[in-house]
Design a protein around this ligand. Structure first.
Ligand code: HEC
Length: 109
């Protein structure tokens, strides 16, 4: 009996490790997919802004202006919208918006 519970614990431990190992890349993929489907038409795949987006006033995510903004400010713009930037509160979960901010920071490198 003792060995059985040990094996169960080991299996549980392995499963947890596997989930933890898979969870973070899956999140990044989600943010990339969301960005691609909802944001590229204005911000471009590289975050520099499409012709349409920049005409509306979107800035290059790698520009000093955007880099100077805090994560909280970027989260705010995505959540509540700003100028021609649509608000995504209610359309995206808070966690999805948080992942998008991280993704945008990655584009700005
Ligand atoms: C219809 C075009 C459009 C779409 C779609 C759009 N944006 Fe924007 N976004 C803008 C514009 C225009 C601004 C500039 C707003 C301002 O400063 O007046 C902006 C601003 C931003 C900013 C602040 C930095 C900046 O450029 O001033 C962030 C961050 C941002 N958008 C993220 C996103 C994300 C993430 C998505 C997808 C979920 C998205 N946007 C979808 C047009 C768009």
């Amino acid at each position: 009996m003792k060995s059985l519970s040990f094996r169960t614990a080991l299996v549980a431990l392995l499963a947890c490790g596997l989930i933890a190992a898979c969870a973070s890349p899956a999140l990044a993929d989600d943010a990339a997919a969301t960005y691609k489907s909802k944001c590229t038409m204005c911000h471009g795949p590289d975050g520099k802004g499409t012709a349409v987006g920049t005409k509306m006033g979107a800035h290059d995510f790698a520009s000093p202006e955007v880099k100077a903004e805090t994560d909280a400010q970027l989260t705010d713009v995505i959540t509540k919208g700003k100028g021609k930037m649509p608000a995504y509160s209610g359309k995206l979960k808070d966690t999805e918006i948080k992942d998008l901010v991280t993704y945008i920071r990655g584009l700005a490198k």
